[in-house]
Write a protein that binds this ligand. Structure first.
Ligand code: ATP
Ligand code: MG
Length: 635
C-alpha cells in the first residue's frame, strides 16, 4: 500500500490500523483496547497493554544483533569516538539502572538529566525507562534558573549531570549551574549523580549529596536489572517545549503509543531498516534527539550516531565525513544547522563519498528555499522538510520515502503522517479554508500515538492551551498554514508572528523568505513594529554571509527593494538592521518576540532560553545606532 491508502486507513479505521502497528513492538501483556476516547480531549492508546521502552530498544535486539553497533558517540570537542554495540549498551544500561536503584529511584519517580550529548545521556534515559522512572532531560547548558524551574516542576528523586560540557573547544562547567539551581529550587533531590569527564578540575563536590558515577558504575557493572512492565499509558518522560512563545510546557509522553509511533516512523518516514545507520545532529535534550538520537533508531534496530560538537569543528565537513565513515543512509538535521554550513565554502559538501546517503531530513523551523537549494544542489541528495512540535514527538507532516516518495515541493513539509487528520481553518470562524488560503493548522482528535498525553500535573493547561481555541474540539498547532491544490501543506509561521499593515495581515515568514533570496544574506528575522499611520510595519534584522564586503546600507536597501519586488509595496519594511548575530533559543529557533521588545523598548521577557546573550547586545547596539535603511522612531 502506498501513502494515500495507508494514511486514509490510519484515520478512518484507527483501531484496526494501530492494532496492526502494535505488533511492531513487544508487549508483555497485549493491549485490551486499542483506543479509549471516552474522556476528550484526552485519549489513551493500547489500553491495558504492558510494555517497556528499554526492553524494546535494547533487550529485544540482543539475540539478532547483539554485536551490531547501537550507538556511536562522536565528540569533536574531546576528540573521542565510542562505538557501542547492542550488547555493550545492555551492559551499561543495566549498570546505570542498578546505580539509580541504589540511590533510591523507583517506578514513577522523576529523574532530571542534565548532560551533554554523550553516551551516558543515552544510558541514563534507557536506565530510567528500564525501571519505570520518568526522565526529564534538560538541555545541557541551560542557565541555572531555567534548570531550577524544571526541577521544581518535575520534583525529581535524582539529578544526573556532568562536570562540564564543551563548545568550540571551550569547557563549559555544568556543575556550578546545578549547584546554583539546587539552591534556588524548592524541591531539590537528595542526590546528584555526577558523570565526571575530567574537564573541570575545579569542580566542587557536596559531601553526602554528590555521587561519582564512575565509582558507582564500577560497583554495579555486571548487574541485571529486570525491566518494569508499564501500562501503555503510564508516563515515560517529560520534556519541556522550547519556550519560544512563553513559559515552557512540560510535555508528558506515554510508553506504548510512543514506541509504536516511533517504530512505524523508522521504516515508513525515515526509510531505515534494522542494521542501517542514521546521523541525527540534534541534542538528546530536544524532542528530535529523544526520538531520533535515542528511542527511534534503537527501537528500529538501527545504528545511531550521536554527535557532540559544532557543525564547523574541526572543519565544516565533519558531518559529511561521519556519513562517509559509517555509511549513513538517513541524516536528520535542522535548517539552522544547515545555514551555519551555508556560510562556509560549498566545496565541503562534495569532499566525502556520500554514496550511502539517501535522505536528508530537516525539521524545527521553516526551511527557506535558498537553504533547501544550496543543500540539495550541493549534495545531490533528496532534502525532506518535516514539521513537528515537541508535543507531537514525531513528524506530523512529511514525505515518506519508505512508503512512496512523492515529489518534493520546496517550502512544504508535505503530507500528514499516520493518524493525523489535519485541517486548515479560519482563526475567527473555525471554517475550513479553501486550497491556497491561509488559516490555522489544527488536528482533529484523537491525537495519534506518540503525541503528548497531557502537560505534567496540569490537565487543565493541556485542555486550555491546545484545545481551547475553537468551538469545536480541535488541537491547535498555533501555526499558520496553507494547503495547495495537490494537498501539500506549507507552514507560514506561528500565529503570533503576524504583522498587521494597514489592515492587511502579513506573515513574517513570507517577508523573511523574500529577504533570504538575496545572496549576501545569511539569516533573517522579521518582526512587526508599531507605526502611527499603518498600525504595524515590518522590521528586518539580518546577518550577512562571511566574506560579504558590501556596505551594510547597500545590502539593507537591496533587501527593502527585494521585499517590495516579491511581495508588493504593502510589505515594504519600515526599517532594516544589519547585525552580527540574531537571538535564538538553545534549540536554534529565532526569538522574534525579544527582537520586537528591544525594538519597542519594552521588556524582552524570559531570556533564560537564549543561546548566546551577546547576540542580544549586538541587536541593542544596532538599534541604538539606528537602522541601515529606513526609519525607526520608537513610539
Ligand atoms: P513553545 O511551544 O514553548 O513556544 P516551540 O514551539 O518553539 O516552543 P518546539 O516544540 O520545539 O517549541 O517547536 C515546534 C514549532 O517549530 C512548530 O510549532 C513550528 O512553529 C516550528 N516548526 C517545526 N518544524 C517546522 C517546519 N518543518 N517548518 C516550519 N516550522 C516548523
Ligand atoms: Mg510550540
Amino acid at each position: 500500500m502506498g501513502y494515500e491508502d495507508t494514511w486514509r486507513r490510519s484515520v478512518d479505521e484507527p483501531e484496526a490500523f494501530w492494532g496492526e502497528q502494535a505488533k511492531l513492538i513487544d508487549w508483555q501483556v497485549p493491549p485490551r483496547h486499542i483506543l479509549d476516547q471516552s474522556n476528550p480531549p484526552f485519549r489513551r492508546w493500547f489500553v491495558g497493554g504492558t510494555t517497556n521502552l528499554c526492553h524494546n530498544a535494547v533487550d529485544r535486539h540482543l539475540e539478532a544483533r547483539g554485536d551490531q553497533l547501537a550507538i556511536v558517540a562522536v565528540s569533536t570537542e574531546t576528540g573521542t569516538t565510542r562505538e557501542i554495540s547492542y550488547r555493550e549498551l545492555h551492559h551499561e544500561v543495566n549498570a546505570f539502572a542498578a546505580v539509580m536503584q541504589a540511590l533510591g529511584v523507583g517506578k514513577g519517580d522523576r529523574v532530571v538529566i542534565y548532560l551533554p550529548n554523550i553516551a551516558e545521556a543515552v544510558f541514563a534515559m534507557l536506565a530510567c525507562a528500564r525501571i519505570g522512572a520518568i526522565h526529564s532531560v534538560v538541555f545541557g547548558g541551560f542557565a541555572a534558573h531555567n534548570l531550577a524551574l524544571r526541577i521544581d516542576d518535575a520534583e525529581p528523586t535524582l539529578l544526573i549531570c556532568a562536570d562540564a560540557g564543551m563548545r568550540g573547544g571551550k569547557v563549559i562547567p555544568y556543575k556550578p549551574l546545578v549547584d546554583a539551581a539546587l539552591k534556588e529550587a524548592k524541591a531539590p533531590p537528595p542526590h546528584v549523580l555526577v558523570v565526571n569527564r575530567g574537564l573541570d578540575p575545579t569542580m566542587a563536590v557536596v559531601e553526602g549529596r554528590d555521587v561519582d558515577y564512575a565509582v558507582q558504575r564500577e560497583a554495579h557493572l555486571g548487574a541485571t536489572v529486570p525491566v518494569a512492565w508499564l501500562e501503555s499509558n503510564e508516563p515515560s518522560y517529560l520534556l519541556y517545549t522550547s519556550g519560544t512563545t512563553g513559559k515552557p510546557k512540560g510535555v508528558q509522553r506515554d510508553v506504548g503509543g510512543y514506541a509504536v509511533a516511533l517504530a512505524l516512523s523508522m521504516t515508513t518516514i525515515f526509510d531505515l531498516q534494522p542494521g542501517q545507520v542514521i546521523l541525527c545532529t540534534s541534542d538528546v535534550g530536544w524532542a528530535v534527539g529523544h526520538s531520533y538520537n535515542v528511542y527511534g533508531p534503537l527501537l528500529g534496530g538501527c545504528t545511531a550516531i550521536l554527535y557532540e560538537g559544532m557543525p564547523t569543528n574541526p572543519d565544516p565537513g565533519i558531518w559529511w565525513k561521519l556519513c562517509e565513515q559509517y555509511g549513513v543512509r538517513t541524516m536528520f538535521s535542522s535548517p539552522t544547522g544547515i545555514r551555519i554550513l551555508k556560510k562556509q565554502d560549498e566545496a565541503w559538501l562534495k569532499k566525502y563519498d556520500l554514496s550511502a546517503l539517501r535522505w536528508i531530513f530537516l525539521a524545527g523551523e521553516p526551511l527557506d528555499q535558498p537553504t533547501y537549494e544550496w543543500l540539495s544542489g550541493g549534495t545531490g541528495k533528496t532534502v525532506i522538510d518535516n514539521y513537528w512540535q515537541t508535543e507531537t514527538g514525531w513528524p506530523a507532516l512529511s514525505l515518506m520515502p519508505g512508503l512512496d516518495m512523492r515529489p518534493v515541493k520546496p517550502g512544504s513539509p508535505g503530507f500528514p503522517t499516520f493518524g493525523y487528520r489535519m485541517r486548515v481553518i479560519d482563526d475567527a470562524t473555525g471554517e475550513d479554508k479553501a486550497p491556497g488560503e491561509k488559516g490555522v493548522l489544527v488536528i482533529e482528535p484523537p491525537l495519534p500515538p506518540g503525541c503528548l498525553t497531557t502537560i505534567w500535573r496540569d490537565d487543565a493547561r493541556y485542555a486550555r492551551s491546545y484545545f481551547g481555541h475553537f468551538k469545536e474540539l480541535l488541537y491547535s498547532s498555533l501555526d499558520w498554514a496553507v494547503r495547495d491544490a495537490d494537498g501539500y501543506t506549507f507552514i507560514l509561521g506561528r500565529t503570533d508572528d503576524v504583522i498587521n499593515v494597514a489592515g492587511h495581515r502579513l506573515g513574517t515568514r513570507e517577508i523573511e523568505e523574500s529577504v533570504a533570496t538575496l545572496g549576501a544574506v545569511a539569516e533573517v528575522a522579521v518582526v512587526g513594529i508599531a507605526d502611527e499611520l499603518k498600525g504595524q510595519l515590518p522590521a528586518v534584522f539580518a546577518t550577512l554571509k562571511q566574506g560579504v564586503t558590501d556596505h551594510p546600507a547597500d545590502v539593507a536597501r537591496a533587501m527593502e527593494r527585494r521585499v517590495v519586488e516579491l511581495l508588493g509595496a504593502l510589505a515594504r519594511p519600515g526599517c532594516v538592521f544589519v547585525v552580527g548575530a540574531l537571538p535564538k533559543t538553545r534549540s536554534g529557533k529565532l526569538l522574534r518576540r525579544s527582537l520586537q521588545a528591544l525594538l519597542q523598548g519594552t521588556d524582552p521577557g524570559d531570556l533564560s532560553t537564549l543561546d548566546d546573550p551577546s547576540s542580544l547586545e549586538e541587536v541593542r547596539k544596532a538599534i541604538a545606532r539606528g537602522p541601515d535603511c529606513g526609519k525607526h522612531t520608537p513610539l
